[in-house]
Design a protein around this ligand. Structure first.
Ligand code: F6R
Length: 648
């Protein structure tokens, strides 16, 4: 449905299945504009963006150039922004980004490339900005502008408060924007405080604009900008005034839109013909949870008029044969069945007296918990891990990547020091190793790869922390595995693509353990996208082991970066206050990530705080729906459910 029939969406929206399809489509549009201009023998003026969003667009443009002869000879580019101050050769400069990701691979003329200059002295900036504005006009104005969007709602670096008429200028970056960038700069203190950016007024003069937002992390800001009121608090909302803007989303980033969050509201707007919702148990669950939260009543107290007033009458007709009580009960029962203290099954009829002390599984299961980084397991499902080991199951934890990138140099040096001091007593060459680590730290520039000894001690630090945390949850030492998947081991925040060797390692461990149940991370908004690649490796391998493991049950967990939507949850495991505390202690074993992790994202809380508050929040949601007042709940979604919903 496009926005001419959707009163909630104030900017036309196109939703693709995934960011790859979306990027290929955007590149195709850009290619068309370039060709049209070529046919008219005119230059084509493109406004370009940087960041994670356009990378695949540029990849496709390069492919179009190399494989389909798309020429950039008539293309003139103006980049949106550049950090200030920043040398051109810095790995973090947008100058470097654009050359690395596009310009070096196509036949664009060097003199046609324009990027705000981060090397100026402050006194020169005003003149430069005026020159940049004039130059865009002189070249005929922007035929096309590509945009990403920041979590503050910025386009270019127009942070909240920017005016609709603003022009190219120096801007102070929002703390949130700097926090978002901190992962690639190895700490917020290294992120420049300023940037030179085209203004909103400059952007709005473009003849055509495509703004793209990918990944779940962009859900909230995308729906605010598309459906919210125009406000300088969210500068991208000014695009609602532009005549030719398209917002490109993929399934995950689009989920915040009303058409996905509460499609029945569109139906209620008289758009029935276009959007006849076919309710099943899953959509009924979504509708009832939404309604209960909207009207602030527990499920079993929802009344006919609540459904009627909120566009959900059709739900009662289709699921409850016209009776809202039936709908209430159906959904309530469905939800109560997902709560279990026996995550691998085998719930005893009555609690044996020795239940809490004796390790005796009713039917012993083999379980693999895949943890992308060495701490995701305990952060996201530390309580469930403890229950699983307590209930006598054979629990294996498989740490997928070394996570060595996230250890601070000062910690590495301290551990090398411990080694040096220890080896004074037990013998060995601790002194030499310590000196090497010290030298590698001293000689390393920001963003450069760690030397081999430094990288090694960092791997060891995370490995020993992981072991200590897993032991804390009752996992046996021989069941703790480290894969150190090669795709991660670039020493940089940009990783290699997932390779066959990674998949083989994952497949081998599954076949070796022969699990009945697998837990994997579905927490896909971590700063460098490692979780997504790890899950990709598991998804690639599962069909290959299906024959050997026909009854394998795979569940996904979250908690470090986000939480599951309640309507999708297939299993919720309650934790008592004591169990929650024990989980916290296990998370504390990850000392290198404590207080202030290297890659915190834009959430200033520590990992144990995020996970505890998410688990408690889930319990509160259940309480508000009319369930028992649990202390905390860890949630899981079955892989089959996500595949069925087309969400992976
Ligand atoms: C980059 C730019 C920014 C980014 C935005 C989103 O030139 O102007 O507005 O588009 O910060 O960045 P990503 O795509 O990395 O999430």
């Amino acid at each position: 449905m496009n926005n001419t029939t959707n009163p909630y969406e104030k900017i036309p929206v196109k939703v693709f299945n995934n960011s790859r399809c979306a990027s290929v489509w955007i590149a195709g549009e850009i290619g068309q504009i370039i060709k049209q201009k070529q046919a008219q023998q005119l230059p084509c003026v493109l406004g370009l963006a940087t960041g994670s969003t356009p990378i695949q667009v540029y990849k496709e443009l390069i492919r179009l150039h190399k494989e389909e002869g798309l020429s950039f000879q008539n293309v003139i580019t103006f980049n949106l922004d550049e950090y200030f101050p920043i040398p051109k050769e810095s790995l973090h400069s947008y100058y470097h980004f654009m050359h690395e990701n596009l310009f070096n691979h196509v036949d664009i003329k060097k003199e046609n490339i324009h990027i705000p200059d981060g090397t100026l002295i402050k006194e020169q900036i005003e003149d430069f900005c005026q020159y940049y504005e004039n130059l865009i006009l002189e070249k005929g104005g922007l035929d096309f502008q590509l945009l990403g969007i920041g979590s503050t709602g910025h386009i270019g670096f127009n942070e909240p408060g920017s005016s609709i008429n603003s022009k190219t200028r120096l801007i102070t970056l929002d703390r949130k924007t700097r926090a978002d960038a901190s992962s690639s700069f190895y700490g917020i203190e290294n992120v420049p405080k300023y940037a030179i950016t085209m203004g909103i007024g400059t952007i709005l003069q473009a003849k055509k604009i495509i703004i793209a937002a990918f990944t779940e992390g962009k859900q909230k800001i995308a729906s605010t900008v598309i459906e919210g009121a125009i406000s300088s608090q969210y500068p991208a909302t000014f695009l609602q005034n532009h005549k030719n803007t398209l917002f490109v989303l993929e399934r995950a980033s689009a989920q915040g839109l009303t058409r996905f969050q509460a499609p029945w509201l569109l139906e209620a707007q008289g758009l029935k013909g276009e959007l006849q919702i076919k309710y099943d148990l899953s959509t009924a669950k979504k509708g009832v949870i939404w309604l209960s939260q909207k009207v602030g009543k527990p499920i079993l107290r929802l009344q006919q008029e609540d459904y009627e007033d909120n566009g959900l009458l059709e739900l009662i007709t289709q699921i409850g044969q016209g009776n809202c009580g039936i709908v209430n009960l159906t959904v309530f029962r469905e939800l109560s069945q997902i709560i279990t203290g026996w995550p691998a099954g085998g719930r005893p009829d009555k609690l044996p007296e020795s239940y809490f002390t004796q390790k005796k599984a009713i039917s012993k299961q083999k379980i693999i918990i895949f943890s992308p980084h060495p701490d995701d397991d305990v952060i996201c499902m530390g309580g469930t891990m403890k229950k699983l080991t307590n209930q006598g199951h054979e629990v294996h934890v498989v740490y997928m990547v070394s996570g060595n990138l996230a250890v601070f140099d000062f910690d590495a040096l301290r551990f090398a020091d411990v080694l040096k001091e220890t080896q004074k007593m037990i013998g060995g060459n601790g002194e030499e190793f310590y000196e090497k680590v010290k030298k590698q730290i001293k000689e390393k520039k920001l963003g450069e790869v760690d030397g081999p000894d430094l990288a090694y001690i960092k791997t060891v630090i995370r490995r020993t922390e992981a072991r200590s945390a897993a032991l804390c949850t009752g996992v046996e030492e021989q069941n703790i595995h480290f894969l150190d998947l090669p795709f991660y081991e670039t020493g940089k925040s940009t990783k290699k693509p997932l390779g066959d060797e990674d998949k083989k390692i994952v497949k081998d461990i599954i076949l070796k353990i022969q699990p009945d149940q697998i837990y994997a991370a579905g927490d896909l908004t971590d700063p460098h996208g490692t979780h997504r690649v790890c899950l990709e490796s598991i998804l690639a391998v599962l069909p290959q082991v299906k024959e050997q493991l026909p009854n394998l049950n795979t569940l996904l967990y979250r908690g470090a970066w986000q939480e599951w939507e309640l309507d999708k949850v297939t299993m919720a495991v309650p934790l008592s206050p004591d169990e929650l505390y024990e989980k916290r202690i296990a998370i504390f074993k990850h000392q290198s990530q404590k207080d202030r992790p290297m890659f915190p994202g834009s959430d200033s809380r520590e990992f144990w705080q995020r996970s505890e508050s998410r688990n408690k929040e889930t319990a509160k949601l259940f309480t508000n729906l009319g369930f028992v007042n649990y202390e905390a709940l860890e949630c899981f979604v079955s892989l089959d459910v996500l595949l069925l919903l087309g969400e992976l």
